[in-house]
Design a binder for this molecule. Structure first.
Ligand SMILES: NC(=O)C1=CN([C@@H]2O[C@H](COP(=O)(O)OP(=O)(O)OC[C@H]3O[C@@H](n4cnc5c(N)ncnc54)[C@H](OP(=O)(O)O)[C@@H]3O)[C@@H](O)[C@H]2O)C=CC1
Ligand SMILES: CC(=O)C(=O)O
Ligand SMILES: [Mg+2]
Length: 609
């Protein structure tokens, strides 16, 4: 869509202002994408009057919007309903003859598509089918995802999204987000204006250097922001039109991609230093200039040598957070707090050992220390002493301090150097072992058995993604601890049996947190992300684990309830934003959970009357 095409709907908006009351006009500005009537082919244009439900039982003001009709309508994923167009809609929207005679319901469409998706044996085929659906019929895509979240999350998200990124070049059909490369230097504001949607609320941006535990995938990392934003809508309730996936392409150091003649990104080694940071600075300024200061930017899957610096640089001037450092910390802390019901004691009574001391590892460690410090009034430096980390060179100890990256320094405690994880487990005697290394099968039988020898109920989290990189599988954890482990992983594992007993592994993935956290920021009009909001999100998630879940050994609530969970997270985060004076949407709604629920996008079809 060209700039002039974007401007025309704004004129249309003004024209329609006379017909509409202020609340429906606001809804339209906030929510509806308006199709330029003059751009339609194969049919006329109709003003469509409809009604929408903000929640299942609350009917809101009728809305009015002009949508393209005829053939163009069927090709418009935001408004297409396929066979679910009613007889009247087919008449009024010039659809007669363009569809077969049968009229379907959305439920029947869901049933049919789920049958079709289930017929594929290969997860990547299911992924492609889902992406095709998203490009064909957006509401149906979200309806499918929301109604079948536990089954489809592993397809649109980890682990399948990892394989999709590895093969993104051959899967790529149509742009799903913005590519901002070094070639766009000096023109980033213009590039942002090329995106057809104007009122963006959430951006997920990656530079593709650390995609899950799969390393540098360059521009093919785009699958990650696309997948994360699909979750923002399905799990968190942010409107799809308000979401913008961005890949910042500064090259790749992945030689295989550079040698691949079909590689879709910038064919050069990664820019570093000033060149890199200047591009990022231009990007962040352009984002603020184009979308205002309430647009949320989620940094995702940057390598740690840039991630910490970018976060430190922009967290005081922009609404940003780093999902790998902060979102992950919040979800893991929630699982730990919930696990205390099974383990007993308080967080301060436990000893934590991390395998992997990068973004996820040190991010989680810092939030645990903050929580302990907040709850017990001991200084954070003191709280850190119960937390130990191992990196590729072994246990992080004070004698290594000089050569450590800055984010590891707070964890360099007094201890003799130890080079293996097994030695560290035996020496530190942790009650909690957390894998954030990105390297699969590193929690060996020896390591897990050592945890089981020290603890009645060892807590083991194998957080690395995708499944191939999990430090150990659920089955290994339960078998090697004779069914005593409390286990969670970053990518999902099926329930397992050990000695005739069934175990349900949890999915400790930031997907529990970022959709609700982001939604809370959006609905409160927050202008900064504060650490206390991460604690608030974590607390809300932990509060959703019920006795019936503990009875099954679970420390995370079922993902099937995620929209309810997200509403609680959003409400807690928004409450914190108001408390800290960082919220701009006034007055503060009294019941923030209800408010969050009422603001959530629902994928049910609208009737075009
Ligand atoms: N479940 C979830 O929600 C999330 C999971 N993750 C996963 O966590 C993993 C790590 O991500 P992130 O922290 O961002 O990555 P980083 O690259 O920032 O950190 C990786 C850390 O692991 C260490 N490491 C690597 N190989 C080994 C090894 N063989 N032995 C010991 N330590 C090793 C590195 O050591 P060194 O510093 O010496 O190089 C580094 O400290 C990824 O697989 C990612 O998918 C990330 C975010 C969220
Ligand atoms: C889940 C996630 O953000 C990661 O693995 O990077
Ligand atoms: Mg990530």
């Amino acid at each position: 869509m060209s700039r002039s095409q974007i401007l025309r709907p704004i004129k249309l908006l003004k024209r329609m202002q006379q017909k509409m009351d202020s609340s429906s006009l606001k809804r339209m500005k906030d929510g509806e994408s308006i199709i330029d009537p003059k751009s339609t082919v194969g049919g006329g244009v109709a003003d469509v009057y409809g009604e929408d439900r903000a929640t299942e039982d609350q009917l809101v003001t009728p809305w009015t919007v002009s949508v393209a009709s005829g053939y163009t309508l069927l090709r418009d994923p935001h408004h297409n309903k396929g066979l679910a167009f009613t007889e009247r809609e087919r008449d009024s929207h010039y659809l007669r003859g363009l569809l077969p005679t049968a009229v379907s319901t959305q439920e029947l469409q869901v049933k049919k598509l789920m049958q079709s998706i289930r017929s594929y044996d290969i997860p990547l085929q299911k992924y492609v089918a889902m992406m095709d659906l998203q490009e064909r019929n957006e509401r149906l895509f979200y309806k499918l995802l929301i109604d079948n979240v536990e089954e489809l999350l592993p397809i649109v998200y980890t682990p399948t999204v990892g394989e999709a990124c590895q093969k993104y070049g051959s899967i790529f059909k149509r742009p799903q987000g913005l590519y901002i490369s070094l070639k766009e230097k000096g023109k980033i504001l213009e590039v942002l204006k090329n995106w057809p949607e104007r009122s963006i609320q959430v951006i997920v941006a990656t530079d593709g250097e650390r995609i899950l535990g799969l390393g540098d995938l360059g521009c093919q990392g785009m699958g990650i922001p696309v997948g994360k934003l699909a979750l923002y809508t399905a799990l968190g309730g942010v409107r799809p039109s308000a979401c913008l996936p961005i890949t910042i392409d500064v090259g790749t150091n992945n030689q295989k991609l550079l040698d691949d003649e079909f590689y879709i990104g910038l064919r050069q080694k990664r820019a570093t230093g000033k060149e890199y940071y200047d591009l990022l600075e231009e990007f962040m300024s352009a984002v603020k200039q184009n979308y205002g200061e309430k647009v949320l930017v989620q940094f995702e899957d940057f390598a740690n040598h840039n991630a910490f610096e970018l976060l430190a640089k922009y967290r005081t001037t922009h609404l940003v957070f780093n999902d790998d450092i902060q979102g992950t910390a919040s979800v893991v802390l929630a699982g730990l707090v919930a696990s205390l019901k099974l383990l007993g004691g308080s967080l301060a009574d436990h000893t934590f050992l991390f395998f992997g001391a990068g973004e996820a590892g040190t991010g989680i460690a810092e939030l645990i220390a903050l929580e302990i410090s907040t709850k017990t009034n001991i200084p954070v430096e003191e709280a850190r002493k119960k937390i130990w980390l191992v990196d590729s060179k072994g246990l992080i100890v004070s004698s290594r301090k000089e050569s450590l990256q800055h984010f590891k320094k707070p964890w360099a405690h007094e201890h003799e150097p130890l080079s293996t994880l097994l030695d560290a487990v035996k020496a530190i005697k942790p009650s909690v072992l957390i894998g954030t290394s990105g390297v699969g099968q590193t929690f060996t039988k020896d390591v897990v058995e050592a945890m089981a020898a020290i603890n009645e109920r060892p807590l083991i989290m194998a957080l690395s993604n995708p499944t191939s990189q999990a430090e150990c599988t659920a089955e290994q954890a339960y078998t090697w601890t004779e069914g005593r482990a409390i286990y969670s992983s970053g990518s999902p594992f099926d329930p397992c049996e050990y000695n005739g007993k069934s175990f349900i592994p949890g999915q400790a993935n930031n997907a529990y947190i970022f959709p609700g956290l982001g939604f809370g920021l959006v609905i409160s009009g927050a202008i900064r992300v504060h650490d206390e909001m991460l604690l608030a999100a974590s607390e809300a998630l932990a509060s959703q684990v019920m006795q019936e879940h503990y009875d099954k050994g679970m420390i995370y609530p079922p993902l099937a309830n995620i929209r309810k969970i997200s509403a609680h997270i959003a409400a807690n985060v928004a409450a914190k934003a108001y408390e800290l004076g960082l919220a701009t949407r006034l007055p503060r709604p009294t019941d923030l959970v209800k408010y969050a629920e009422s603001c959530m996008y629902t994928p049910n079809y609208r009737s075009y009357r």
